[in-house]
Design a protein around this ligand. Structure first.
Ligand code: PMP
Length: 425
């Protein structure tokens, strides 16, 4: 399929996002909470309405026209997902409700049946809670051992420790591709090579990478890749677990019910083929179909262009915020090693208060632990403020952010003249 390439024109992109026209507290909305969820273009919003007006039917079941159309539209999106992430086969794409469910499916559907007490799963200190908690639950259930690659003060991973921790007992390495709390881009390929050399599999949390940069499962060395639709212009309640065909064949379904079976008698059941075996019950049909429009939108822009745009904004934001007295920036200083996320704090001001002042300026950022409490513990801070960028953000919005942070410093008397731009904890 050829996709028409659109020029990367932020002004025309912004016209596709109705919410960006709204005001907050009398100020134009400056939406910088994209790591939490992205806004949606009209193409995605309209597709949800179109689906319900024209096509709505249950899938995979009916011979009637509507059901066949809905099934076709739902299935067509698998190919879009496959092409986006460079998978080899369309049946390697499992629809889920989001990254959290995808990671739990790896833990419950694969690891629970393939691992034994004493087997090791290697994680990192910069994981989102959704790539920690399922593994702790499994540890408590079957006695696997968890190892954590530590974070260095600049928010990157201690690769020397990684080489030590990934060993003959390692059965799985599960790592984030990009940290939602600090932006750190993890050298997944290097880690994957270490894991594969020990015969372990590699699971990648792509929640913060797939929406923002070119991702190719083969280049990454991933055996599993998890990501969410809602962070990449698509609807909430959509997500993907991609896994190599051979690995999916080794997995057990998590849920039993309609659509995931081949035969059912009162005594026993047999499973449908992959990926349907993992998609029990009526799924989020309109969500998946609209996710297809989100992928079309990103693909037309080009993921390399999306990344280039964010690097520009990131570079500018690091300089603008770094120049402000009292601001500490967390995460790696080099833009090449981080996604479009700026985590910071302001001396003497609780991040929650920063968030409230910014909100009064119409600037939406996230404050808190960002579902990454171990990162906060390693930085020795209770929380940070986090601005995160996407395709529709502009340098003017970075200015608005910097001015609002300067205002917060004045308001709370927090700017003590301390030097800014201090990287790390
Ligand atoms: N991993 C990372 C790195 C994330 O940023 C997020 C969302 N903040 C998740 C996992 C969980 O994604 P979801 O809430 O969409 O399941």
């Amino acid at each position: 399929m050829t996709i028409e390439r659109r020029a990367f024109d932020t002004r025309s992109i912004r016209r596709d996002f109705p919410i960006l026209k709204r005001e907050v507290h009398g100020k134009p909305l400056v939406y910088l909470d994209n790591a939490a969820t992205s806004q949606k273009p009209v193409q995605v919003i309209a597709e949800i309405t179109r689906y319900y007006r024209d096509t709505n039917a249950n899938i995979h079941r009916g011979v009637h026209t509507l059901s066949q159309e809905a099934t076709q539209q739902y299935e067509d999106v698998r190919e879009k997902v496959r092409a986006l992430i460079g998978g080899r086969r369309v049946e390697e794409v499992v629809y889920t409700s989001g990254t959290t469910m995808s990671l739990n499916l790896v833990a419950r559907g694969w690891a629970r049946h393939r691992l034994r007490a004493g087997d090791e799963v290697v994680l990192t200190e910069i994981e989102h809670h959704s790539n920690i908690v399922p593994w702790q639950q499994l540890r408590d259930e079957i006695g696997i051992v968890l190892r954590f690659i530590p974070m260095l003060p600049d928010g990157t991973l201690d690769m020397e420790e990684a080489r030590r921790l990934i060993g003959p007992r390692t059965r799985l390495l599960s790592v984030t591709h990009a940290s939602n709390a600090l932006g750190t881009i993890v050298p997944v390929r290097e880690l994957a090579d270490l894991a594969h050399a020990q015969g372990a599999l590699v699971c990648v949390d792509g929640a913060q990478s797939v929406p923002h940069m070119p991702v190719d499962v083969t280049e990454l060395g991933a055996d599993f890749l998890a990501f969410s639709g809602h962070k990449m212009l698509g609807p909430t309640g959509t997500g993907v677990l991609w896994a190599r065909h051979e690995v999916l064949e080794e997995m057990e379904p998590l849920f039993g019910g309609g659509d995931m079976i081949l035969t059912v008698t009162l005594e026993e059941s047999t499973w449908n083929e992959i990926p349907y075996r993992f998609e029990a019950g009526t799924p989020n049909i309109e969500g998946v179909i609209a996710l297809g429009k989100a992928i079309d939108y990103l693909t037309a822009l080009g993921m390399d262009q999306v990344r280039a745009h964010e690097v520009e904004l990131l570079d500018y934001a690091l300089r603008r915020l770094g120049d402000l007295p009292g601001v500490t920036l967390f995460g790696p200083p080099e833009v090449e090693r981080r996604g479009g996320v700026v985590s910071f704090d302001l001396e003497g001001v609780h991040p929650h208060d920063i968030g409230q002042v910014l909100d009064s300026h119409g600037v939406a950022v996230r404050t808190g632990h960002h579902c990454a409490q171990p990162v906060m513990a390693a930085l020795r801070v209770p929380a940070t403020a986090r601005a995160s960028f996407y395709i529709y953000n502009t340098p003017d919005e970075v200015d608005a952010l910097a001015e609002a942070v300067a205002d917060a410093a004045r308001f709370f008397g927090g700017a003590t003249g301390a030097t800014g731009a201090a990287h790390g904890g």
